[in-house]
Write a protein that binds this ligand. Sequence first.
Ligand code: NAI
Ligand code: MG
Length: 361
Amino acid sequence: MTHKLLLLAGDGIGPEAMAEVKKLIAVMNENGASFVTEEGLVGGCAYDAHGAAISDADMAKATAADAVLFGAVGGPKWDGVPYDVRPEAGLLRLRKDLELFANLRPAICYPALASSSSLKQDVIEGLDILILRELTGGVYFGEPKQITDLGNGQKRAVDTQVYDTYEIERIAAMAFELARTRNNHVTSMEKRNVMKSGVLWNEVVTATHKAYSDVKLDHMLADAGGMQLVRWPKQFDVIVTDNLFGDMLSDVAAMLTGSLGMLPSASLGAPDAKTGKRKALYEPVHGSAPDIAGKGIANPIAMIASFAMCLRYSFDMVVEADRLEAAIAAVLADGLRTKDIMSDGMREVGTVEMGDAIIAK
Ligand code: NAI
Ligand code: MG
């Protein structure tokens, strides 16, 4: 069976990081895998070509693909373009049109990097947790959303947090399913003490848990959760939370593990009623890094690790995903470092050398 991938490299270091994944895909195909890739434009480069952050034709390719690999978008060149067609609009359209309601952000501390971290070593060594953020609901999308002039020199800004039962059910179910493939433990975070959406979140997660009684479930208030995440992150396995809290908590967790250049992510939709396959987009957490673009020094690990997530979650290629992640760890253990993660006594390499070393492993 062939696996159809759409590669959207985007702007800045996006294409440099994607080039390393393309090499990897070619090597896997030479060794019996059957990936079929197509490419498209997203972000500033798409705006330059079509006047839109993603064209309808590329959107159609994304819908037809089994998975989308996304690099990064944006840069100072497009700072002045109209809001609707700004580079980020391409990513937002992909998330919305593909209904990618679940954002998976692993925070893994590679053993070779733990000792050079400025954080306490026993806190982060061996860390491997997954933050599952609801991505299409909550206060970022709820209506009304407006600023009104109160006429007395004052304005009022309103954002609205809205969650329906089904939105909480599907993200909770995914959390329990993911936990079953890991350490069987879910921590749900909300603020039921002050928010109605927190009360419903807690209720629905608890009800959904009935079908997953083999998985351990804890509830934590999100502010206390933030504190615990910094104090002793290894107490967690899967954290499931809403869009806003997830945005913040995943950035906190990210910094437990080192550089932005190391962090992958996945965004998944609901399983298709006929095929059971989920729409999916895989992307590094970092942006287009205009400050280092074109220099050949970007860390490709976040992009390569995003492809490992693609193997795991879109194609059930668990063995291959494990091997790819082990290759990343092994190359780091050999002392190879891109500039962003460089430390004393290690060997500094560029984007291409890092990619080649991982592929060789
Ligand atoms: P950024 O993630 O692009 O860069 C932040 C810092 O981290 C920079 O110093 C950069 O050099 C470094 N960095 C990031 N990725 C790296 C890698 N793989 N290897 C080595 N160093 C790396 O965030 P910033 O500077 O805030 O945004 C730059 C542009 O990217 C903006 O236009 C922003 O809108 C866009 N952006 C796009 C995202 C996306 O496509 N999903 C996400 C975040 C920002
Ligand atoms: Mg964020």
